[in-house]
Design a protein around this ligand. Sequence first.
Ligand SMILES: [Zn+2]
Length: 316
Amino acid sequence: MSSRCPACDGVEFRPLFTASDRLYHTTSEQFQVVECKQCRLMQLAPQPTPAELEQYYPTHYWFTPEDSTAGRMEQIYRRFVLRDHLRFVERALRESQESGPVLDVGCGGGLFLRLLRGRGFGVVGLDFSVDAARVAWSANHVPTTCSTLSLAPFAPQSCAAITMFHVLEHLHDPRCYLKAAFDLLRPDGRLIIQVPNAGCWQFLLLGAAWNGVDVPRHLYDFRPADLDRLLESCGFEVLRRKYFSLRDNPAGLATSLAPALEPVARRVLQAKESASERLVKDLLYAALVAVALPFTAVEAACRAGSTIMIEARKKT
Ligand SMILES: [Zn+2]
């Protein structure tokens, strides 16, 4: 293998497991996940090229609100379950007291930023998908730029906070984004990241079937210690960690157990379903999410939740 470990520059890896695209079935290929022998960071090997990676993202990968009763219900649900994210970011902004916009990297359709703006904060979005940027602007009226973070047209030290929800695990070079975030943040600005937590119980129990593995779209699988090292090496110190997300953890377990029921995947795959079939599948999935809730709450209380949200600031 030719690639180096982005965390420690190590060149030796041990194979862990193989997995396929269980969620979107964009390819029938089997992918290997390996672990760095030096620091234990897990990564997909070999890493797909950017052109290959593009084929592994279905179109309309993010959420576009539909103008139907089911669509409106889904929109209400999405607003409700985003409250964890909003509270986490609000608290970070209150404690830092820096002024300036919140930049959401990988903003998708922009719902999070719309809700954050509703709470009185300046917001700007960034996504490398033109379609996502268009939805963020037209559906949620969020100013969004279509770019990578290192080429983003913002002044150095201009952002009060930068958020990256489920972004780092998709990047070839996560360190490059972290360094760009460092340059864009105000001196006491806050970086907030969320990724699947490969140190969770669900991964121990389900292995490659855990939806946080999400090959081939996830190029890295981070444990909390991997993130600490990565952030530290890019000039950050970790202030706070949260292992539960109402949006992600229960639904993640439901998706791991029954990927064929996942509503976005069914829409993306344009599953041929009658209205009643669709309703039954939606209800089954919702029931599975509800059943998953207590387990995911216990897992998170033991600091082994299936996602991790981190607040960090520049080291002083
Ligand atoms: Zn390493």
